[in-house]
Design a protein around this ligand. Structure first.
Ligand SMILES: [Zn+2]
Ligand SMILES: [Zn+2]
Length: 368
């Protein structure tokens, strides 16, 4: 090969394979053109935002509509999740949220639909910009799960650390487990700025312990049930709550399904009995809508938001109406069945709590 040809060849090669410095300078250009915009200004705003980043359940066939359990809490200089089901990172990124700023997760229990996205979230925040350790707070089992994830991701962390042009810090690639010693009444587990988070034990057999969270923000009181049947500790924690975010199993749909199933001649009596028992069993470890409505009324919770929906219905008004049938007989406050991407904007002047529900479609329209 002549020298001129060699230089031409090398020139082409270098153009297609930029050096590390060139790669770094290309990133903003490529980012602007191809990546979804991340809104970092939200981290400078003192208001409290709660994002429903997963409103479904373990049923995989509905997860293109409703991802498994995920709730994201965002306020000034603080961003964390409560549970991280599969797809957590993708949903947060799709909403344009500054997910690399997430450095904490508060877990309710160790069912896969609440934690299958946790390792990916720890990894994604790290490789995309997190500069501080990622703490995972959770009940008994937190060390086993987080240390297990850390071990599984050890090779990835090593490869990325070596490959990285951004100086990834290997010491913060994994998560740091923080055991929560939950009690029947809420016990404070975290405090920063205007946020105070407490944990309390709920009832989700055979899982033990399973916990719910009570969030205080400038006099506003928000309760997050986790997975639980309706139980006294949840009722007590929900007293006078401005917002109750509760998992829900639709009694109306379960009842209707059972009655139709009983009439179906294609199944034997034994099969029917087995499946009916299975459906009724759900009520032993999830919040049936009627009992939940009664509890919310007695606790004087001001607003009820239903998530972790069973069944994981389509996001139509018709299905939501069916899901909540007869709840208004027991609870007089507003009931909202939320969808993935919906959010709450919470403000307070210290005297009263203002809660605005923002459906995902409206949020997207506001950005246009
Ligand atoms: Zn569960
Ligand atoms: Zn669950």
């Amino acid at each position: 090969m002549k020298l001129t040809h060699l230089l031409l060849f090398l020139g082409t090669f270098l153009a297609l394979n930029p050096t590390t410095a060139q790669k770094q300078s290309l990133q903003p250009i490529m980012g602007q053109e191809y990546e979804k915009k991340i809104d970092n200004s939200l981290l400078k705003d003192d208001k409290l935002r709660i994002y429903f980043c997963g409103t479904g359940n373990p049923k995989v066939t509905m997860q293109d509509i409703r991802k498994p359990a995920c709730l994201a809490i965002l306020t000034k200089d603080d961003f964390f999740v409560i549970d991280a089901g599969e797809g957590t990172s993708q949903t947060l990124a799709k909403l344009g949220l500054p997910y690399p700023a997430i450095d904490k997760a508060f877990m309710t229990h160790w069912h896969s639909d609440h934690m299958a996205g946790l390792a990916a979230l720890i990894n994604n925040t790290w490789k995309d910009g997190r500069k501080t350790p990622f703490f995972v707070y959770g009940p008994y089992g937190v060390e086993q799960v987080v240390n297990g994830f850390n071990q599984a991701y050890q090779l990835d962390n090593l490869y990325r650390g070596i490959n990285s042009s951004n100086g990834l810090d290997l010491s913060i690639g994994g998560g740091v487990p923080k055991l929560i010693d939950q009690k029947e009444t809420p016990v404070k587990v975290y405090e920063q700025g205007n946020i105070e988070l407490s944990a309390f034990v709920v009832d989700h057999p055979p899982v033990y312990p399973a916990i719910g969270y009570s969030l205080k923000y400038k006099g506003c009181h928000i309760v997050i049930s986790g997975d639980t049947k309706v139980v006294e500790t949840l009722a007590q924690a929900s007293e006078d709550a401005d917002v109750l975010i509760n998992e829900a199993l639709s009694d109306a749909i379960v009842d209707e399904s059972i009655s139709q199933f009983k009439k179906n001649p294609d199944f034997s009596e034994a099969t029917k009995q087995k499946d009916i028992t299975l459906a009724q069993d759900l009520q032993n470890y999830h919040s049936g809508t009627y009992a939940l409505a009664k509890m919310a009324e007695q606790s004087k919770a001001k607003r009820l938001f239903l998530t972790h929906l069973t069944p994981a219905i389509f996001n139509t008004a018709e299905d939501k109406a069916k899901f909540t049938t007869n709840m208004d007989q027991y609870y007089k406050g507003p009931i909202t069945v939320v969808d993935d991407g919906d959010s709450l904007l919470i403000e307070s002047d210290g005297k009263g709590c203002k809660v605005q529900y923002i459906p995902v479609q409206q949020a997207a329209a506001d950005k246009l």
